[in-house]
Design a protein around this ligand. Structure first.
Ligand SMILES: Cc1cc2nc3c(=O)[nH]c(=O)nc-3n(C[C@H](O)[C@H](O)[C@H](O)COP(=O)(O)O)c2cc1C
Length: 403
């Protein structure tokens, strides 16, 4: 066939038409799925949501489902987003908000804005260098990376890869000895702050994973070189407890047997600040203060453990009140916009962590994508603050919002 004839064939015409449609700006408006031929360039993306479909296109399906999923009917996953919609702003006018300053010092870590990268497991599910790419993006945006126990890269290598301070997230397990060894290793490697995740004592019911039968074929990279001696685990689980009888046939982790005395012991051994991640009630916020903890993260683990856990923005006021300003309250779960961040700051959070958005950035464009995601969030927060007449974080309080 000559070139002319090929161009005129029915299939050729259809292909050309499809490519033309996909490249057209109309395609974006019609919300057509991305194709290999039409993936926008990184600087064409205008918000963090737009990184998700590109990430989905570029990484294996089971890895994407692992990142995206919640539990059961995913009620809490939807609720985490919907809860922001009932909060609106009370912008003040004729205020000089020209000197915007979003910078913050938390536990001696100076960051460019109050948005941190939440601990998430196995970044090599999204990009080949895994957490090394994330650490690079974090350093370039002066953002804190909280490294997961289940990092796909060795803790030491990530710590050394950039100068910017990093924090460490601890899952206890499979036994106490291994847990203390892991905490000591993170301390030796130079992690400044320890974040103890307390909401994952029982491994949860991830239906997307079960449907994909990911359990039978753990995505490459989920097995962390860090958690020696553990059984094969599913993604962000704590290392499973070995030789412990299952409770009602459920899969558990060491966490389900621990109490506040473990957190106190951790604080003694680590020496530096310890934050408790997974707090959802005023009672537990008050206990964190009483037990000498340095901060809490209000979190429902991105809706990945307890179904019908409340949206975190809904329970933030209760925790802030119980803590009474004695220690910083951070928050995560469902934050996707600078305006979401401003709402949490208005309700008394010191900072916000984001879990899935940096992973979407990594999956879509590697370290550059992760960096862009963090920059977009920061810019959106700056804009929302400016339009509300709040130049600095100190100016933000409850009067910024209507509930
Ligand atoms: C893919 C994935 C892996 C996660 N792994 C961990 C983990 O290893 N340790 C941990 O404390 N939390 C883990 N989390 C929870 C996050 O730290 C954070 O609480 C949650 O992602 C915030 O919600 P968001 O994804 O809606 O921003 C994980 C979350 C996701 C999405």
């Amino acid at each position: 066939m000559t070139n002319d004839k090929r161009a005129m064939s029915r299939r050729g015409v259809c292909r050309q038409l499809a490519a033309w449609m996909a490249a057209s700006p109309l395609a974006a408006q019609l919300d057509l799925p991305y194709t290999g031929e039409r993936v926008p360039a990184i600087d064409q993306l205008v918000n963090v949501f737009e990184f998700e479909p590109i990430c989905k296109l570029r990484i294996p399906r089971q890895n994407y489902d692992y990142i995206a999923g919640g539990v059961d009917n995913e009620w809490s996953l939807r609720r985490n987003r919907e809860a922001f919609d009932k909060i609106t702003f009370r912008p003040r006018m004729l205020v000089n908000a020209s000197n915007l300053d979003l910078s913050l010092d938390l536990f001696g870590t100076k960051m460019s804005c109050p948005i941190l990268i939440a601990p998430t497991a196995g970044h090599n599910l999204a990009t080949a260098d895994g957490e090394l790419a994330t650490a690079k993006a974090a350093a370039e945006t002066e953002t804190v990376l909280i490294l997961s126990t289940n990092s796909s890269q060795p803790y030491e290598k990530v710590a050394e890869s950039t100068k910017f301070p990093k924090w460490f997230q601890l899952y206890p397990g499979p036994d106490l000895e291994t847990t203390w060894a892991r905490a000591d290793r993170a301390k030796q490697a130079g992690y400044k702050v320890m974040v103890l995740t307390v909401d994952a004592g029982y491994n949860s019911h991830r239906e997307r994973l079960l449907r994909n039968q990911v359990k039978a074929q753990v995505p490459a990279g989920v097995r962390s070189p860090q958690t020696e001696g553990r059984r094969r685990v599913r993604e962000d689980e704590a290392p499973a407890a070995i030789s412990r009888p299952a409770v009602y046939g459920l899969s558990t982790t060491l966490m389900h047997q621990l109490d506040w005395s473990f957190a106190e012991e951790l604080k003694k051994r680590f020496g530096g600040p310890v934050l408790i991640k997974g707090i959802l009630t005023g009672e537990d916020g008050a206990l964190a203060v009483k037990r000498g903890m340095d901060g809490v993260i209000v979190s429902n683990h991105g809706a990945r453990y307890l179904e019908y856990a409340p949206a975190t923005i809904d329970v933030l006021p209760e925790v802030v009140e119980a803590v009474g300003g004695k220690i910083p309250v951070l928050i995560d779960s469902g934050f996707r916009r600078g305006t979401d961040v401003l709402k949490a700051l208005a309700l008394g959070a010191k900072a916000v962590c984001v879990g899935r958005p940096p992973l979407w950035g990594l999956g879509a464009f590697g370290a550059d994508g992760c960096k862009r995601v963090m920059e977009l969030l920061r810019t959106e927060l700056a804009l929302a603050m400016g339009l509300c007449g709040k130049a600095t974080l100190k100016d933000i309080d409850k009067r910024v919002i209507h509930m």
